[in-house]
Design a binder for this molecule. Structure first.
Ligand code: FAD
Ligand code: SF4
Ligand code: SF4
Ligand code: SF4
Length: 483
């Protein structure tokens, strides 16, 4: 298991060809020779390309890449960052944690404009106004057709607020890292688990980054999508995807459930500019849950809660911690500094903050845990059986899954990922791309049903058995109460 004995010069020799690049840009930002540049590949994903004649084979890009097999992993990185924090505990789903909270921001429009409860924006603002940091690296709308969002370094409350909501769209850190290396200041960085892992690794090998990045703010992450996801949503909602100009994910509608948010877009220009939207419940959640346009590296990720971050924010957990329909967060705290800020924010009535039991947090992430633990074990098993020369070493061991339902489920999601990715890339510049890709997705489903009727039959029997089992279980619990 692991990497066969091949000498790789840099990430372009192994991570990119292995389709394990998540496009974080950290390798390009840290390379001392500026030998790597982040570009779009033909599938709407960011990847590094090598600039000829510059690489000295120093190995730094590999050492910071979240998908390279270093000595360090999320567990060891988190241990060295937080082991001295008072009352720190460990759970396999959350990683290290000092406290678990639920809540939301009551300040201005943080909550209504936020992806969840707006606590991320509240905390970034607090870090800034209390002068604990003087620059914040966050993701802002870019409104340029070939990069609708980008990482930016901001230094005003207005700009921190302008970065609210989640971008289900590729963003990369190479320019931000160069700027941090050039400008001496105290920085907070908000990011997804893989990006923060790469940053922690980079901070270990670069003293400037280590001294200047003082807070890492993490987001829970189930998966990331390619840039074509936004284009496809535009196309199937009647817009012109080749002229997509701006996009906004997770716009809230007070009349709907807080998780039934919508994607909004504008496309075209001048008098021909049009706007449109699509709700989660109008098919967007199906595309999300069936891995359409998912970045392949996410299939080999085992970090749910940004374990190396000082604090991690996720979506509302179950009642009573949803606080109505306007959106809420759960929060995993790993540093005393952040804990103090949150607790004093709650005392000042700027935020609502309640302690939550760990079981409620784990239950909320059950679906993501299936992908990042159960699926991952089986994926690693399959990769080990293949002739792949590079196998990422993860914190879960490779093992064959004997559950045919889960294996079939993963198989169909993989096929849907492949077909959405390749058919959109092929027909991207045709006006009917939306319906072409829709048909390609339908064909995969039809073929799957026809080709797997035996296993599907088994699938049905197994599902019925499971549902009967669950019903029997509840019946037994009810009977138990009365007997
Ligand atoms: C790709 C992705 C997948 C996610 N998956 C899950 C999930 O499965 N389960 C779950 O509970 N939560 C998930 N989240 C987190 C959730 O969507 C919210 O971001 C989180 O709850 C914080 O909400 P908030 O209202 O506090 O954030 P806000 O106050 O709206 O602030 C959000 C902050 O996140 C930053 N940001 C937005 N997009 C990105 C990005 N792509 N990369 C880095 N930073 C970004 C912005 O700069 C902003 O500062 C995901 C987020 C993303 C971006
Ligand atoms: S090996 Fe060193 S010089 Fe070559 S691309 Fe990587 S970081 Fe740059
Ligand atoms: S560091 Fe990031 S961008 Fe570079 S190869 Fe690794 S995953 Fe890709
Ligand atoms: S699923 Fe993992 S690899 Fe993919 S974007 Fe999220 S943190 Fe990164």
């Amino acid at each position: 298991m692991g990497t066969k004995t091949i000498k790789y010069r840099n990430v372009c020799d192994v991570i990119v060809p292995g389709d394990l690049c998540v496009g974080c840009g950290i390798c390009a930002g840290i390379c001392p020779e500026s030998a790597l540049q982040i570009v779009w590949n033909k599938y709407g994903e960011y990847v590094p390309v090598e600039q000829a004649g510059r690489c000295t084979e120093c190995g730094l890009c590999l050492n910071v890449c979240p998908f390279w097999n270093q000595q360090q992993n999320e567990t060891t990185l988190a241990e060295s960052a937080f082991k001295d924090q008072n009352g720190i505990q460990h759970n396999p789903v959350t990683g290290l944690f000092m406290d678990l909270f639920a809540g939301y921001s009551k300040v201005d429009d943080h909550r209504s404009r936020g992806a969840s409860g707006g606590l991320t924006t509240w905390l970034l603002e607090k870090l800034f106004t209390e002068q604990l940091v003087n620059r914040v690296c966050c993701v802002v709308p870019n409104n340029v057709p070939d990069a609708l969002f980008r990482y930016s370094i901001v230094d005003s409350v207005g700009d921190i607020r302008g970065a609210a909501r989640s971008a289900y769209y590729p963003v990369e850190l190479s320019k931000v890292i160069s700027e941090i290396l050039n400008v001496d200041a105290k920085y907070a960085v908000v990011g997804l688990p893989c990006m923060l892992k790469g940053l922690r690794l980079a901070m270990q090998s670069n003293a400037k980054l280590k001294n200047r990045i003082v807070v890492l703010v993490g987001l829970v992450c189930g998966q990331q999508k390619s840039g074509f996801f936004a284009e496809y949503l535009c196309a199937i909602s009647g817009g012109c995807s080749s002229k997509l100009k701006s996009a906004s994910f997770r716009v809230k509608d007070p009349a709907r459930h807080h998780l039934d948010h919508r994607f909004e877009f504008t496309c075209g220009s001048g008098q021909n500019e049009t706007a449109g939207s699509v709700y989660q419940s109008q098919g967007m959640d199906w595309l999300w849950g069936h891995d359409c346009f998912k970045i392949n590296a996410c299939n080999f990720c085992d970090d749910i809660m940004a374990e190396v971050a000082d604090v991690t924010f996720g979506d509302a957990i179950a009642e009573p911690y949803c606080y109505g329909n306007a959106g809420a967060n759960f929060v995993v705290v790993r540093s005393q500094l952040i804990r103090n800020l949150l607790v004093s924010g709650a005392s000042a009535k700027e935020i609502v903050l309640d302690k939550v039991p760990i079981d409620a947090v784990i239950a909320r992430q059950k679906g993501v845990a299936l992908l990042k633990r159960d699926d991952l074990r089986h994926r690693l098993y399959k990769l080990n059986k293949s002739d792949s020369s590079y196998i990422p070493v993860k914190r879960v061991a490779a093992s064959r899954r004997l559950n045919p339902c889960r294996n079939l489920d993963m198989q169909i999601r993989d096929q849907l990922r492949d077909v959405s990715r390749s058919s959109y890339a092929e027909y991207r510049h045709q006006p009917a791309v939306g319906s072409v890709v829709q048909r390609a997705i339908s064909r995969v489903l039809e073929t799957f049903v026809r080709g797997n009727w035996k296993s599907n039959f088994f699938f049905c029997i197994a599902s019925v058995a499971k549902s009967v089992g669950t019903r029997l279980g509840s019946l037994m619990r009810i009977l138990h109460k009365f007997v």
